[in-house]
Design a protein around this ligand. Structure first.
Ligand SMILES: [Zn+2]
Length: 291
């Protein structure tokens, strides 16, 4: 089994046709490896942007690529896809986070009206693999590639990163190092089915309709922060900043609290987060100010 670790650079280009910004791909960089992650081939092409006619300052600064360089050395996007498809044949496609796959789907469907990527039959998100190996379970933030490399004592030149090929190589180094800990094959998904694209295109979001089936009302309770007894809800649930909030009272302690519950809908789960804070009365506040 071979692996192709792919990284892309893209530019936010405004599409007059779609009336929105498109993450227009400007560079492909990839390394192909055997099943022990030894490099057997490499791939690097620049793509001439067609949707946008200039690069954003951020992209210029980050990649140090100029528009004239892309015009001189780049090839059209669909030609890059054809060449990459030949290069990647039968390999597991590996990217750092799914954002490169999102960009590929967006660009490919822009030109073909079809979002099924011709080179994608098996897929691995190396970021997900590294997070699992390093026991990083914080769903609120994502592990960055350079942070991961630092954690693994992998040396790299910050100057050379943010170019497709260098980032693909660095992703490979992280993958190779951690593959000694866990089997990568457990993180390889079948990408040939519609299910894969549904998952990829699903946007995580907070549920704000209290009558939704995704709102598990049995979770919407709080125990008193002082005595641990069940509190009583005093007000109706309100939606505030994508969270359900209400006032609560502990009869035992005569303390008031503000309760906050969020339901984050993911493709195959709903993540519930709860927070309770004590509400001090106006009298308490005034008293504190006096002191
Ligand atoms: Zn209490």
């Amino acid at each position: 089994m071979s692996y192709v670790i792919l990284d892309l650079e893209w530019n936010a280009s405004y599409s007059k046709m779609l009336h929105k910004f498109v993450n227009e791909i400007i560079e492909f960089g990839a390394v192909k490896t055997d099943d022990e992650f030894n490099i057997i081939d490499t791939f690097s092409v620049m793509v001439v942007p067609k949707i946008g006619k200039r690069l954003s300052p951020k992209v210029k600064q980050l990649t140090k690529i100029s528009y004239s360089e892309l015009k001189a050395n780049g090839i059209p996007f669909m030609e890059a896809v054809d060449r990459f498809t030949d290069f990647a044949v039968d390999s597991v496609i590996v990217t750092w986070s799914t954002s490169d796959v999102h960009a590929l789907i967006e660009n490919y469907s822009y030109y073909t009206n079809d979002f099924h990527l011709p080179f994608l039959s098996r897929y691995c998100n190396v970021q997900e693999f590294c997070e699992a190996c390093l026991n990083i379970n914080d769903s609120s933030s994502q592990l960055g590639l350079s942070v991961c490399a630092e954690m693994l004592n992998i040396e790299f030149e910050e100057d050379e990163q943010h170019r497709a090929f260098a980032d693909a190589e660095l992703s490979l180094k992280c993958l190779k190092k951690l593959s000694q800990k866990r089997s990568v094959s457990d993180f390889v998904y079948d990408a040939s089915k519609e299910e894969f694209y549904k998952r990829m295109m699903f946007k995580n979001h907070f549920v704000t309709n209290i009558d939704s089936d995704d709102v598990d009302k049995s979770q919407m309770y709080f125990e008193c922060l002082s005595c641990g007894r069940l509190t009583k809800r005093l007000t109706k649930w309100k939606v505030h900043n994508k969270a359900f909030t209400a006032d609560f009272l502990c009869d035992n302690c005569a303390k008031k609290f503000l309760g906050r519950v969020t339901f984050k809908k993911k493709y195959d789960s709903v993540v519930v987060r709860k927070k309770l804070v004590e509400k001090r009365s106006e009298e308490d506040k005034a008293h504190n100010i006096k002191i």
